[in-house]
Design a protein around this ligand. Sequence first.
Ligand code: MN
Length: 404
Amino acid sequence: MSTTWLPLPDDSPFGAHNLPYGVFTAADRPGRRRVGVRIGDLVLDAGAAARAVGEPSDLLAAENLNPLMASGRSSWTAVRTALTSWLTDQAHRAAVEPCLLDLAEVELHLPFEVADYVDFYASEHHATNLGKILRPGQEPLTPNWKHLPIGYHGRSGTVVVSGTPVTRPHGQRKAPADAAPSFGPSRRLDIEAEVAFVVGTPSPMGTPVALADFAEHVFGVCLLNDWSARDIQGWEYVPLGPFLGKSFATSLSPWVVPLDALRHARIEPPVREVEPLPYLDDRKSEPWGLDLAMEVVLNGHTVSRPPFATMYWTAAQQLAHLTANGASLRTGDLYASGTVSGPEPDTRGALIELTWNGEQPITLPDGTSRTFLEDGDEVAITATAPGPGGLRVGFGEVTGRITG
Ligand code: MN
């Protein structure tokens, strides 16, 4: 493991073992979007650093990560190796140090142009809880749940970067006891704490992506908040699934953690009681369970610690399923895990579960209580993963504040 020449704390989750990518603007070149790499609480202007050390800068001098993401796995490894060298080899220090900016002085943007967006439903605990809440008295998991990773196509145009205010959506709401629907602001606005996977290498139409090719296509990992209006969703979702209750906003963390930084986070997923069909069967190769420790913070108060390690379906299985019908991949495709909920009540990744459909409000330190989100509420989702030598890999956070 290489150590940076920067004066970082030894246990920084943003040391040279991580090096997530983002896109920023800063006052020294107003309006000019640049590729940045986070180290500690600094941002390396990656294109400027490449020029300063005299190495090729095309992929890093772009306005977003799309050219780098499209360049493929061997290029990703080469760029990461170069960045590691620039930030750890004293020989590069004089050239590279002037290319560092304070994180507090940059504005972060969506790091890539989002192509298609898909959201899955891969936590058995979440799906079971939702089944009990929404379909009481019935089997909580639908008959297909353990045979395929359930998902839906979302709205990529409303994926926004962390920190973007979220306007409370209006829509048709109808509680089961209401005689007729009414139109107005959602009264049951919720979060979903999720992990998102960013596709770099495209695939042609008609060619499914095999489980083993996951790392050839997926560039990196972010955190995602799938804001959900439960009252709108509850009335509209039968029979075609989520629509306007989800499509008003989806927030994404600004730093894309490279898959290469997560080697130490790989674990076995939970035992599957149902034998997967061959295209989803990951038992003969090293599977892609990931041991991310997540935290959901409401107005500064931690309300949940969802364990990503408990997810039933892996991101590799989700990608294989997403393309099993021959659907193509494009650079910038984004797919999310589904709400991450663990087995314990304080590990649930959505308010509908944490408050059991609003029946058990959460009390906050300021003495107020919550069932669903109120105007002015701010939600932050953070995560870290195991890194080399006992270090943690930081994901930063995805935040959003509700405005009326
Ligand atoms: Mn979701």
